[in-house]
Write a protein that binds this ligand. Structure first.
Ligand code: ZN
Length: 376
């Protein structure tokens, strides 16, 4: 991290980033197209691509994993998705999910474990993460793992080393990156869980370049993450957007954050489960009409504030909404339309997340891929 680079090396690294990002975002393409798109000379492109070919990060030929081609070989350059891997880690309330992911953030193998929220110290949970990561790492050669990305349940420090606070887990200041680096001897980075999910959708999802992109994750609470101008939105010292703690009720319940009437006191999996009177794999599908109306009303009060302040093009509703029936989404869209500012409400779409797998695992992987490859 502290390594210094000469101006020439800086320029090379910059060109390398540009090429890798274009191959990721625009797909396989011939050198000439890359050069034109990026405004680089043919000589520069030959050098950069030559180096990436030597490293095994890219390959000739446009079709990933396609059969042996006969006749004239394609001159297209593509990313070799399996050239390197990262491990994405999602730390949730009582559950950790992890996956070994390729350079397109596709989960290749995964694992998970439950932990005791009241009995297990965060250091112990991180040790168990390291143990499980070792298991996943056994699937790839040591020099083929770029690093680990942790999607943490709350704000992180500006250097992306520590999870400063998690109100739902009762954790403070957990140095995820340092602990994992010393246990595993690979680079590690930590970011806010839902911002990681938003980043993953923006980079690898079927989101059609929507920007700003707001990801809203409803599970234990209501988390939000935002990508603006293609970059994760990290405002201020802690860089979080606490949508779940907008006040939506005048005389509401006490929230884990210490305030009352927060959005997540009336829109969350525990609340819906309480309304249902039993656990369900798809609670929004079973919620009675009146209760669903109230929930949609509160949720869209929060979403309308986000729309009016941030003008998102796309809101992805994940967590318990991922499996919700389409009529639930229709209700959300209609209620949001009635509350948001005229011009802004015409722009915004409300959809389900587009990436498969565990959103937080893919999110952690996306953060690691940005940190250790595409933005490096
Ligand atoms: Zn709150």
């Amino acid at each position: 991290m502290d390594q210094r680079y000469s101006p020439v090396q800086d320029v090379r690294r910059h060109h390398r980033r540009l090429v890798l990002r274009s191959l990721r975002d625009d797909g396989p393409q011939p050198r000439a197209d890359l050069a034109r798109r990026l405004g680089l000379s043919a000589t520069t492109m030959t050098k950069v691509v030559g180096q990436l070919l030597d490293e095994g990060l890219v390959a000739e030929g446009g079709v990933e994993g396609g059969g042996r081609r006969v006749g004239r070989p394609s001159t297209g350059i593509r990313i070799r998705a399996d050239a390197h891997h990262v491990i994405g880690v999602q730390v949730g309330a009582g559950t950790v999910r992890m996956g070994l992911c390729d350079l397109r953030a596709q989960v290749r193998s995964s694992t998970s474990f439950a932990f005791d929220l009241t009995g297990e110290r965060p250091e112990r949970v991180v040790a168990r993460i390291a143990e499980a990561a070792s298991g996943l790492m056994a699937d790839v050669p040591a020099d083929r793992l770029l690093g680990v990305g942790v999607a943490a349940p709350g704000p992180v420090d500006p250097a992306h080393r520590r999870n400063i606070l998690s109100v739902n887990l009762g954790w403070r200041d957990v140095p995820f990156a340092d602990l994992l680096e010393s246990a595993l001897d690979v680079p590690a980075v930590v970011d806010h869980n839902v911002r990681s999910m938003a980043l993953a959708e923006s980079r690898y999802g079927d989101t059609d370049g929507a920007d700003p992109l707001l990801y809203v994750y409803v599970r234990t609470g209501v988390g939000a993450g935002l990508v603006i101008g293609g970059l994760p939105f990290r405002p201020g010292a802690h860089g979080v957007t606490e949508l779940g703690h907008l006040r939506v009720l005048e005389k509401g319940r006490r929230c884990a954050c210490g305030a009352t009437g927060c959005l997540e006191t009336v829109v969350s999996e525990p609340y819906v489960t309480e309304q249902l009177g039993r656990r369900s794999d798809n609670p929004l599908a079973e919620l009675p009409d009146g209760a669903l109306d109230d929930l949609v009303d509160h949720l869209t009060t929060g979403l309308a504030s986000a729309v009016n302040l941030l003008n998102p093009e796309l809101i992805l509703l994940g967590g318990i909404f991922r499996q919700a029936p389409e009529p639930v989404f229709d209700r959300v869209r209609a209620a949001l339309r009635a509350k948001a500012f005229p011009v802004l409400r015409d722009v915004v779409r409300v959809e389900r997340p587009t990436l498969g797998g565990d959103a937080g695992v893919v999110g952690g992987a996306a953060v690691a891929l940005d940190s250790f490859l595409y933005e490096r």
